[in-house]
Design a binder for this molecule. Structure first.
Ligand code: SAM
Length: 378
């Protein structure tokens, strides 16, 4: 039993069954035992891998979208960028590299909830553009990659057209689900606003925190600005909880509490509705479309090595990240603006200084043998 599970069991014994939202919140963000509180990175050493960790050209390509917004805004100086939930700082590194090719004065703020990841970012991101001050002025370009799927969700089951919450209780040695006798009015209201009735008996994972999260993001948008929210999407919400532990995908969020990642797909339709209600223009595409519009094919051709090609292919794969990750554009105060990442049509200049991956071990060994064969032609 993890230390966090012991604490939650104690709480359940004292106060009764807990909402799964509170269990997930503690599992990820408990100030002592939360998964993100103590995480130091993603990728090969961690539990899962995100797009900017797969290949640095991902962030570089998003830099083209940032520059497109910068031009539409009349090239403000400094150009203020805000990244929410910047993780290990991989996206920030390569996005700034691209932006700097045109915008010389950049202020790049990172808003990171996890103290351990903030420390990783501060070690890695040494450029003078980077800041961690959350009271900074509103930003011109904002980005949140795979952050909304790390917000805690309520879990419910549909009974005679109403959503009954699935609470977390203790049964002997294990934490278990306990169906509430009465419907949860907030969850019923959520689906009412969507004008959608989920199938009888189905399980739904619903993020009621989405509204306050989006409001906070919009508050940090300049009166004229563009924001991108990229995430695994499930609209309308369904059973979408996933766990990751050392690169193994699972679906039981009540085990390894505080030691495994938990995520739930994001209800894009609700995000769009909430954004429009706040007076912000909103539209969406898939990650594949975004990358192709930003000149993905040109980058693939500029990086001919096997290691790069494999990682890049995954980012735009229609059956993988390219199709599963949705990209939401939020546009404030630019009524005529059509983001290049959504509509395409740009003639990209020659791609210079595109970041690449170090060669894989197999590739390195092959290159070493090749070099050896030609330098010692005995
Ligand atoms: C799945 S990770 C993604 C990290 C990074 N964006 C990437 O793509 O590699 C989720 C990140 O969001 C952070 N996070 C979650 N909720 C947050 C919030 N409300 N404000 C700021 N950061 C948050 C987590 O600490 C973590 O760094």
């Amino acid at each position: 039993m993890t230390p966090l599970e012991a604490r939650l069991r104690e709480r359940i014994r004292r106060d009764g069954p807990l909402s799964f939202r509170d269990v997930m919140d503690a599992a990820l963000y408990d100030p002592q035992h939360g998964y993100y509180t103590n995480l130091r990175g993603f990728g090969a050493e961690g539990d899962f891998i995100t797009s900017p960790e797969r290949h640095p050209a991902f962030g570089w390509l998003l830099g083209r979208q940032a520059l497109d917004a910068w031009h539409a805004l009349g090239e403000p100086s400094p150009f203020r960028i805000l990244e929410v939930g910047g993780g290990s700082g991989a996206l920030a590194t390569s996005l700034l590299r691209c932006v700097r090719s045109e915008a010389s004065e950049v202020v790049y703020t990172l808003d990171e909830l996890s103290p351990s990841l903030r420390a990783v970012q501060q070690e890695r991101l040494t450029d003078r553009a980077f800041r961690w001050d959350t009271t900074d002025a509103p930003a011109h370009f904002l980005i949140a990659n795979e952050v909304a799927d790390a917000l805690p969700v309520h879990r419910g089951v549909v009974r005679t057209g109403h959503i009954h919450e699935l609470l977390v209780s203790v049964d002997g040695d294990a934490l278990t689900w306990l169906e509430s006798d009465t419907p949860n009015p907030a969850l019923d209201r959520y689906f009412g606003e969507l004008h959608y009735a989920p199938p009888e008996g189905s399980i739904v994972d619903v993020c009621l925190d989405l509204d306050s999260w989006l409001r906070a993001l919009i508050r940090r948008m300049d009166e004229r600005s563009v924001a991108l929210v990229l995430d695994y999407a499930a609209s309308p919400p369904r059973d979408s909880l996933l766990t990751y532990y050392r690169h193994t995908l699972g679906s039981d969020p009540l085990i390894r509490l505080g030691e495994q990642d938990i995520s739930a797909h994001v209800d894009l339709r609700t995000l769009v509705r909430l954004a429009i209600a706040q007076g912000v223009r909103a539209g969406a595409t898939a990650q594949r479309g975004l990358l192709l519009n930003l000149g993905f094919q040109q980058i693939v051709e500029a990086l001919p090595r096997m290691t790069d090609r494999q990682a890049l292919a995954e980012l735009a794969d229609p059956d993988g990240l390219g199709g599963k990750i949705a990209v939401l554009f939020l546009i404030r105060g630019l009524p005529e603006y059509r983001p290049v990442g959504a509509v395409g049509g740009a003639n990209w200049p020659e791609a210079v200084d595109v970041p690449s991956l170090p060669p894989s071990q197999a590739e390195q060994e092959f290159l070493d043998q090749w070099r050896e064969a030609f330098s010692n032609p005995a």
